[in-house]
Design a protein around this ligand. Structure first.
Ligand code: HT7
Ligand code: ZN
Length: 852
């Protein structure tokens, strides 16, 4: 399969003014009639054939202006020779047959539990009908659905409906990837909202009967998102109806189809009994994310798929702002940075590293990555920091004014910032075009003098080589800095230092005494900070930093240093860390959610990355053992305070998923996990039995599994929830993530042999195999059993759902970190997958890139 290159972009030679689609739904033989109103595109003059994308379609007829055309499709589409096309505007009609019931790839039109649904981003529409399936071809869609089902939905506003049919009209021109259709026996949880200009909008969450009591949180989240976008970005909704549908079989979280968002049921359905606080928060942010796409993605879309970060980076940035506004910015920032480091840094530092705006791909589905999404959002955060609140607002207003209705590029995006603020962004644009995580080294110098002393911070940046990009120039890196005096008072409030050269020094005068520097406050740039300071200074910042992110970060850095020392030299857990974290955890003046985060130990994968970056070969078993020792020491240090803390965090009254009570539960459950290491599971057993919500119940279950005492609780959990797919996914997942390393492969074999393990359901597959690699010591067990098992299952899945198989193959992306033995084992699995006949384009691109 050949690569597609950004440099080869050309506008499509034809414009589609209007599309009329008729669907006659049948599981094995759905008919799709398409009428396309076309005219030549003046932006691409000349004599041009008309090339339509189309895959896995049975072509029944093609006509132009009512006249039949003899056109023979190939495996990827249909070409109509220029000679067969009239001079002026013309109408092309096609009829095809497809089989949604046999579509296990969940791309195009497919069936999930008897319901028809679609997934067209990125290139799924070509599995529905012949069409120029590219985002810069925007057209108005009118859709007629015929089928023996009570609910028939598509994009836009309803035009009319009767028994067995419905028609929809979307007044907003859109690319085909935003097309959607849903048909089934569905029930709506309905509400409404009036936009600030007075438009009445009907809101529906459509679910399978029985799930209607799980929609209230999703609906609340939707209404909050709609209000927030009006208030913060001045963006209003633009149709009479906004539909959300929950689907059980779905490759990702959700999809922003115009006026008809489709959600993985896991990402929208929630009750306190079935979903944890983290899942409630996730639902809130995904509902917001998909809603925000209505402006950043739908009204303004991407010219081509290389520009994916234009909509995804911006929409992630917006959903992060929204969640911060609702739930508190400090805790949200820490959570976002944890996720960024766990997924994006890992990607950026390995063989799959790619620029936020890539310049080539084989399979675009492989580029829905943490780099495009999360690093894309970080770049916007840096832009905002550099141009300020007002500059950002002016730039965004200009973006919406200038590009509404268009398919835009990153150059357009940067131009609105330049035009709105006057700032030259030429050097800044490297963030989009160059891969890799910059490393910023910090050196301090203090010169006492009569004027009160001079403190100098010297910052040095290194931009490491990444695949295809050996040399890189200096980036613009906003480094937020604050200075504290020895009493912990701030002597310099947060100030942005702009690092634009390989090395720069910044001087601060008249401070009186040597200050303590708090560097990269708020994680002001997505870089690895190398700021060598003593454990005492870290402990000081953990106790006193006025920037909450850096206060947490001080504890985190200290924990990593201590853990690394424990792994490498077998040292004991250090006192400054234990005392500092214990003090923070018991400080009632602090937000419980923040305290819970301070108690969380660095993950084993994170530690492996840290050790590898420091030139060590990480030993997964030693890391696992050291981390357990560290948890035990923390439990012992807090001792009897754990029970008292839990009691103080009791939440009374009816369940609420808001940040306040969720934070209290988070701290209580962090304490329960530690307590369980001391009391043999007594408190956790009681907590499991008494729990009235899934957060507390799952926390108690995990605490018990972690000490090898989970059997009884697992059986009780299964007995209670065996009929509930979403809850049982958690039951599968916790057993794999928390399996003792040597038992991981056997645990997976036993779980996958069960009748309720269904590999065609991505949630269930991910519950088991996503958890395999999350169990770091088990996945990297020296016998290689887990590597083999995962590769076997990825190969099986690849034949049915290549997109999910390829995405999950990233479990292997860190393979070069490990010792020669493990490297050989993983290389063998990657090579075996790569050499498998009939491997999908998706998985073959991923294995090739990982093998380098
Ligand atoms: N824009 C969507 C990305 C997407 C997707 C979603 C579901 C299934 C397959 C998909 N391929 C691409 C989701 C989002 O970022 O909002
Ligand atoms: Zn998105």
């Amino acid at each position: 399969d050949t690569a597609v290159y950004l440099k080869d972009y050309q506008p499509f030679p034809y414009c589609v003014d209007q599309v009329e689609l008729t669907f006659r739904l049948q599981p094995e033989a759905t008919r799709v009639m398409a009428r396309l109103h076309l005219h030549a595109n003046p932006a691409r003059p000349g004599v041009n054939d008309l090339r339509l994308d189309g895959e896995e379609l049975r072509l029944l007829s093609v006509t132009i202006g009512g006249r039949a055309i003899a056109a023979t499709p190939d495996a990827r589409g249909l070409t109509i020779a220029a000679a067969d096309l009239p001079e002026g505007p013309f109408v092309l009609e096609t009829e095809v047959e497809i089989a949604p019931a046999r579509n296990t790839a969940l791309e195009g039109l497919y069936m999930s539990n008897g319901m028809y649904c679609t997934q067209c981003e990125a290139e799924g529409f070509r599995k529905i009908t012949y069409y120029p399936d590219r985002p810069d071809v925007m057209a108005r869609f009118r859709v007629r659905i015929e089928g023996d089902l009570p609910v028939l939905l598509s994009n836009g506003n309803p035009l009319g409906a009767g028994p067995g049919w419905a028609e929809w009209d979307d007044p907003w021109p859109k690319p085909a990837y935003l097309f959607a259709l849903v048909a089934g026996h569905l029930i709506a949880h309905s509400d409404q909202i009036t936009t600030r200009s007075g438009r009445q909008v009907a809101l529906n969450i459509w679910v399978r009967p029985g799930d209607e009591d799980r929609c209230a949180w999703g609906m609340e989240s939707l209404k909050r998102s709609m209000r927030w976008d009006e208030e913060v970005y001045g963006r209003e909704y633009d149709l009479d109806v906004f539909n959300i549908v929950a689907v059980d079989d779905f490759n990702m979280g959700a999809m922003e189809n115009k006026g008809l968002n489709i959600f993985n049921s896991k990402c929208v359905l929630a009750t306190p009994e079935t979903m944890t606080d983290d899942e409630f928060a996730r639902i809130e942010s995904i509902v917001a994310h998909e809603y925000f796409h209505n402006w950043t993605g739908n009204r303004i879309t991407c010219r081509d798929w290389f520009q994916l970060c234009l909509k995804e980076g911006l929409t992630v940035f917006r959903d992060q702002q929204f969640s911060g506004d609702l739930r508190g910015h400090a805790v949200k920032r820490i959570e976002d940075v944890l996720a960024l480091r766990a997924r994006q840094f890992r990607e950026d530092q390995g063989p799959l590293a790619h620029p936020v705006r890539p310049d080539s791909f084989v399979e675009i589905n492989n580029f829905y990555t943490a780099t495009v999404y999360e690093k894309g959002a970080e770049i916007i955060g840096m832009l905002k920091r550099l141009v300020g609140e007002d500059g950002y607002r002016r730039a965004l207003d200009l973006y919406f004014d200038r590009h509404d209705g268009q398919a835009a590029t990153i150059e357009d995006w940067l131009a609105v910032f330049q035009d709105a603020t006057g700032r030259d962004l030429t050097q800044f644009s490297r963030w989009y075009f160059e891969a890799g995580t910059p490393r910023v080294q910090v050196a301090e110098d203090w010169q006492p003098d009569l004027a009160g002393g001079t403190f100098t911070l010297t910052l040095r940046q290194d931009n490491p080589p990444t695949p295809g990009q050996p040399d890189k120039g200096a980036k613009v890196i906003p480094v937020a800095v604050g200075l504290l005096n020895p009493n912990g008072d701030e002597v310099l409030g947060t100030t942005i230092l702009e690092l634009t050269e390989a090395e720069q020094s910044f001087r601060f005068e008249g401070l009186g005494a040597r200050p303590v520097a708090s560097v990269l406050r708020g994680f002001s740039a997505p870089v690895v900070l190398d700021h060598p300071v003593s454990p005492e200074t870290r402990a000081f910042l953990l106790a006193h930093d006025t920037d909450p992110f850096n206060r947490w970060e001080a504890g985190r850095s200290l924990a990593k240093e201590v853990l690394a020392e424990m792994v490498v030299t077998g040292a004991a857990v250090s006192r400054p860390w234990l005392d500092g974290v214990a003090r923070l955890a018991t400080d009632d003046t602090l937000d419980p959610a923040f305290r819970a985060l301070a108690l969380r130990l660095p993950s084993e994968d994170d530690l492996a990355a840290t050790l590898a970056a420091a030139g060590h070969v990480p030993d997964p078993a030693a890391i696992h053992a050291a981390r357990r020792r560290m948890g035990d020491a923390l439990a012992a240090a807090l001792g009897a305070e754990l029970a008292a803390l839990r009691a103080a965090m009791t939440v009374s009254g009816p369940f609420s998923a808001e940040a306040g009570p969720a934070g209290r539960r988070a701290l209580a459950n962090a304490c329960l996990a530690l307590q369980t290491r001391l009391d043999g599971g007594e408190a956790a057993r009681a907590a499991f039995a008494a729990a009235t919500n899934m957060t507390d119940r799952l926390a108690a279950l995990v605490a018990l599994i972690d000490i090898g005492a989970g059997a009884e609780a697992l059986a009780a959990f299964e007995a209670e929830w065996k009929a509930d797919r979403l809850v049982m996914d958690k039951w599968f997942m916790v057993q794999v993530v928390h399996a003792p390393p040597a038992e991981l492969a056997a645990t997976v074999e036993q779980l996958t042999a069960r009748a309720d393990f269904n590999m065609d359901n991505p949630n269930r597959f991910r519950a088991v195999f996503g958890a395999v690699s999350a169990n770091h010591a088990g996945f990297h067990h020296a016998d290689g059993a887990a590597y083999r098992l995962l590769a076997d299952w990825l190969l099986r899945l690849d034949g049915r759902n290549p997109q999910t198989a390829a995405r999950m193959s990233t479990a292997f992306e860190t393979w070069r970190r490990y010792d020669a033995g493990r490297q050989a084992l993983i290389r063998a699995e990657l090579s075996r997958m790569a050499a498998t006949p009939g491997l999908s384009r998706d998985l073959s691109e991923m294995t090739a890139r990982m093998l380098g």
